[in-house]
Design a protein around this ligand. Structure first.
Ligand code: ADP
Length: 289
């Protein structure tokens, strides 16, 4: 019987831990505050930001939203991120991605790097991704943490496991591959130019898919007993939300699988909250409290 990994339940447990940590910070007289920057009025981005706001408020973290018009100048985004970085009342900063194509002089990476690395709760600045590559990271990208949490809920020790990571984006694939390798898995990264995806996936104990294509991973590509983690979020023309995995058929062969929705999505938000607490502690040098 396949185990459906319940991302919502796992996320609820992480969020409860975070709420306890936040309560302790407040009991000590601290204030913990998260600032989100939203550029433009893309409905999906608005929903993502609203979900983060709700999650923060539930955990007792103050939330402030800073908006800019979709046709603003890149330098306005950079100026806002620098201002928030200098603001001592702000502990965590998130720039909602992707930036709209209409931003004048759009340079997403330059915008991200305007965030103080100590407040970079998405873990995406050059400094934090560099630390992850050097195995000294404290703020690790939230989705990568969510993926590892989902895997370790069914397979606690990754040592020597063959993992195939499909996708190498800056936000998901690459940091996830680094984190898995840091946990002693043997990681193969596949991407658009990979010649024969099946050749790799067939040999995998664990497959993580983050490519943005419905049904990219089908049952014939998966060996019996594999763990399958679906990071994809695709909206079909009929409005349905699906991942990158042919869930119904892959579930018949896998030992464990994450659903979409209700898998990695809720875990990503939970680890964003965890990162806000980690950032706060870093700024107050409480890491080893
Ligand atoms: P995300 O932000 O969800 O990671 P991106 O669109 O930024 O999504 O990145 C998609 C990634 O998926 C890229 O690294 C790309 O090489 C990979 N990818 C896309 N299509 C395929 C495919 N057919 N086979 C393997 N990898 C793919």
């Amino acid at each position: 019987m396949v185990k459906i990994i319940d991302g919502k339940a796992l996320a609820a447990a992480v969020r409860a831990e975070v709420a306890t940590d936040v309560a302790a910070i407040k009991a000590d007289g601290g204030r913990i505050c998260f600032a989100a920057v939203l550029v433009g009025d893309d409905p999906a981005s608005q929903i993502y930001v609203r979900n983060k706001q709700k999650a923060c408020e539930k955990a007792g973290i103050e939330f402030t939203l800073h908006t800019l018009a979709g046709n603003c100048q890149q330098r306005q985004i950079v100026a806002l991120l620098k201002k928030l970085s200098q603001d001592k009342t702000v502990n965590g900063i998130l720039l909602q991605l992707p930036l709209p194509a209409t931003v004048v002089g759009r340079d997403e990476m330059a915008a991200i790097n305007a965030i103080d690395p100590q407040k970079d709760v998405d873990g995406l600045t050059n400094v934090n991704l560099g630390k992850l590559a050097n195995r000294t990271a404290d703020l690790v990208p939230c989705t990568a943490q969510g993926v590892v949490h989902a895997i370790t809920s069914v397979c606690p020790d990754l040592t020597g496991r063959n993992v195939v990571m499909i996708g190498r984006s800056r936000i998901v694939g690459r940091p996830t591959a680094l984190l898995l390798e840091n946990l002693n898995a043997t990681v193969t990264v596949c991407h658009r130019s990979t010649r024969d995806l099946t050749e790799h996936t067939k040999r995998a104990d664990i497959i993580v898919v983050a490519a943005g294509h419905p049904n990219l991973l089908t049952a014939k590509m998966v060996s019996r007993g594999a763990i399958v983690i679906d990071v994809g979020i695709n909206r079909l023309p009929d409005g349905h939300l699906v991942g990158d995995v042919d869930f119904a058929n892959v579930a018949k062969k896998a030992a464990a699988i994450t659903p979409v929705p209700g898998g990695i999505g809720p875990l990503t938000i939970a680890f964003l909250l965890r990162n806000v607490v980690t950032a706060y502690r870093g700024q107050h040098s409480l890491q080893n409290h």
